[in-house]
Design a protein around this ligand. Structure first.
Ligand SMILES: [Zn+2]
Length: 159
């Protein structure tokens, strides 16, 4: 009876897999309450923890317009949900699970469009910046200003 997926009080698809995670809203004793957000998974490097990012609109009174701001939230990733990089997930607030983690993934909504392309573009821009820095360093070492001063002194002697 304990292993069966139980309702968490939020209308979501119950995960097909089962898990033995104590900190799982479907199979453990974790309760969901508070805010619910939907975002894209941008990091799965931690154990059972993922980083979720989403955009929000921030109002600027001076210009009477909105700007885009990004929020990043760390969330617990139970084995039964098993969200991966680039997935759109729904996360729910829960009790604090660690210093920086008080959300849990409750639903996997599939792959985000164009996520891998965006990540590739980011990595390309990083490598370009590095190559630019190298070129600037070579120019500084030549020090062209010193040569000009010598030319000026030669002219004054001939006069
Ligand atoms: Zn579970």
């Amino acid at each position: 009876m304990e292993k069966q997926s139980k309702s968490i009080g939020i209308k979501v698809k119950l995960p097909k897999k089962k898990c033995k995670d104590e900190v799982c809203p479907f199979h453990g004793s974790l309760k969901c309450r508070g805010k619910i957000f939907t975002g894209v998974v941008i990091s799965t490097k931690m154990q059972k923890t993922i980083t979720v990012e989403f955009e929000r609109r921030y109002f600027l009174p001076k210009y009477e317009r909105y700007e885009k701001r990004r929020t990043r939230i760390k969330a617990h990733n139970p084995d039964c949900v098993n969200a991966k990089d680039g997935d759109i997930v729904r996360i729910s607030e829960c009790r604090p699970l660690s210093k920086t983690k008080n959300f849990v993934v409750i639903e996997n909504l599939g792959k985000a469009k164009g996520f891998e392309e965006r990540r590739e573009a980011l990595e390309e821009s990083k490598t370009r910046k590095e190559s630019k820095e190298e070129i600037n360093g070579i120019k500084d070492s030549k020090n062209p200003s010193g040569i000009k001063e010598e030319d000026a002194s030669d002219k004054s002697e001939s006069n």
